[in-house]
Design a protein. Structure first.
Ligand code: LYS
Length: 272
């Protein structure tokens, strides 16, 4: 009889504990609801879609390695994004002001930019090279002294050539995008273009009729790494960093890289 009562009491107590547990969970799932609300916000990604093969227009669609890459990162993070082609100057301005949530545009991580932006870990190795006509006598960066050189404004290409010929040198012609700089070379308004190697190498390969060639100068043009760029103190930086590291390690990055460049990436140099 006594045993029976104890059993009933224990059962009641267990029921009470279980009920408390459920209501605790209830609070938990409310919080989860808020997180879901946050995650479903679509982040605005800005780019300069005149930089094949990283980002360019196919009709009115923005395509390229960077676009597949950022979609894979966002997917991994469970975050919705929308990529918008705003042009290079706006990529820099909007991401600094925070009207863009992030910028993906073959953007080099460097100390100067780190003062105004936050960057993820690196995702691509690059360097500046020189695009010239096949019959050009330009053999190195030093040969660019006294020549008219076209660059995209506010790029590391501009900084690299100005280091050699001096800032505000009128021989450095600055354009809103790299395609316009290449047009300047083709029309004879410049003798060279300084820009990221992958972009000018792809241009030469895709336009054999233009009789252009690429000169490298690792002594004067240093190795650079691209990163995803955020406004300072962005709440999204860490989530993207984690997701980026995950796709570097789980093979997704390598798959996308292979689709665009036809070879295996050196993922190790990005991770180290
Ligand atoms: N990687 C270079 C830089 O960050 C070129 C970027 C050009 C973008 N359209 O300055």
């Amino acid at each position: 009889m006594k045993k029976g009562l104890l059993l009933v009491l224990t059962s009641i107590m267990l029921l009470i504990i279980a009920a408390c547990g459920t209501s605790g969970e209830g609070t938990g799932s409310d919080a989860e609801g808020e997180n879901e609300g946050e995650a479903s916000k679509t982040l605005r990604v800005v780019t300069d879609a005149a930089y094949a093969p990283f980002e360019y227009l196919e009709g009115d669609k923005v395509v390229g390695f960077d676009i597949d890459f950022i979609n894979a990162v966002a997917d991994e993070a469970g975050i919705d994004i929308k990529v918008e082609n705003v042009g290079w100057d706006a990529v820099l301005i909007e991401t600094e002001k925070g009207t863009s949530d992030l910028g993906v545009s073959a953007i080099t991580i460097n100390e100067e930019r780190k003062k105004s932006y936050d960057f993820t870990v690196p995702y691509f190795l690059s360097t500046n090279k020189i695009l010239v006509n096949k019959d050009s006598d330009i053999k190195s960066a030093k040969d660019l002294e006294g020549r008219v050189v076209a660059v995209q404004n506010a790029t590391t290409g501009q900084v690299a050539i100005e280091k050699i010929v001096g800032e505000n040198n009128p021989d450095v012609k600055k354009f809103e995008n790299t395609n316009l700089a290449i047009m300047e070379l083709l029309s004879g308004g410049a003798e060279a273009v300084v820009a990221d190697n992958t972009v000018i190498e792809a241009y030469v390969e895709n336009n054999p009729d233009k009789d252009l060639m690429v000169i490298e100068d690792p002594t004067n043009f240093e190795a650079e790494y691209y990163g995803i760029m955020f406004p300072k103190d962005s709440e999204y930086l860490e989530e993207f960093n984690t997701a980026l590291k995950a796709i570097l390690e789980n093979g997704t990055y390598a798959k996308i890289y292979k689709e665009w460049f036809g070879s295996e990436p050196d993922v190790q140099i990005l991770i180290d």
